[in-house]
Design a binder for this molecule. Structure first.
Ligand code: ADP
Ligand code: MG
Length: 242
């Protein structure tokens, strides 16, 4: 069974057809890098997976559960899919530790002591053992994004969704975030990553998906697609991000 299964999925905002018959299977353990022009529907694609957006046609299943299922099923999908956004979205009035504890305590009813222990371990894992009691405003962008990754991992997701996780960061801070993502990939996490980081795509991605005009225009091994772009559209796109 696929971890994520799109079958002829349509997503519209009014008359604007953003996903126009997307069919795609993602298996457990894959690291799928998603690229495409601005406005091509990459964020919407991710948001449909964890049901931040509803679909208008087709079928979309996450770990076998339909996004058009019952409210309980939708909650289950959200528990299984952790998401990391471009703008970190940490709670500013909470320390790093409290940010990571919040989901387990408030949405899963985990005892605070257990949540604290888990949060400490996760923050150590992302290299922030020394920064647990700092507030987001006291952390660099790269550190904040690593807290956001730890926070997403705290719900023990089966799948991680990343929406341009390094785009808001200065170039010198991107590496520490990409390194954490690489570690996760090496551990076998299923990941869908929207990014312009082509080196990450080449070295860590198991698959590259190019969105264009609401459809999956290309889907294949990153090294091959990047070395020999099969269309002028992809060639042009790659020249822009390089
Ligand atoms: P990308 O992430 O590839 O830049 P998006 O998924 O953000 O693309 O957007 C795809 C299209 O959907 C754009 O035309 C955008 O304006 C539109 N769109 C995205 N979110 C909304 C929304 N909440 N309401 C209306 N239109 C939206
Ligand atoms: Mg986007």
């Amino acid at each position: 069974m696929s971890m994520v299964e799109f079958r002829d999925v349509t997503k519209r905002f009014g008359d604007n057809v953003v996903l126009n018959g997307v069919t795609l299977d993602i298996d457990a353990g894959e690291v799928v890098v998603v690229v495409g022009p601005s406005g091509s529907g990459k964020s919407t694609f991710l948001r449909c997976i964890n049901v931040l957006e509803t679909i208008q046609g087709g079928e979309l299943r996450v770990d076998g559960i339909s996004v058009t299922g019952t409210p309980e099923q939708v909650r289950e999908i959200r528990r299984e899919a952790g998401m990391v956004f471009q703008q970190f979205n940490l709670f500013p009035q909470m320390t790093a530790l409290e940010n990571v504890m919040f989901g387990p305590v408030h949405t899963r009813g985990m005892p605070r002591a257990e949540a604290r222990q888990q949060a400490q371990a996760l923050l150590a894992k992302v290299g922030l053992a020394e920064r647990m009691d700092h507030y987001p405003s006291e952390l660099s962008g790269g550190q904040q994004q690593r807290v956001a990754i730890a926070r997403a991992l705290a719900i023990k997701p089966k799948l991680m969704l990343f929406d341009e996780p390094t785009s808001a960061l200065d170039p010198e801070l991107r590496h520490e975030v990409l390194q954490v993502m690489k570690t996760l990939a090496d551990e076998g996490m299923t990941m869908i990553v929207v990014t312009h980081e082509m080196e990450f795509a080449r070295k860590v991605g198991s698959r590259l998906v190019f969105f264009d005009g609401g459809k999956v225009a290309h889907d294949g091994p990153p090294t091959e697609l990047l070395a020999n772009p099969p269309s002028q559209r992809l060639k042009d796109f790659l020249q822009h991000v390089a």
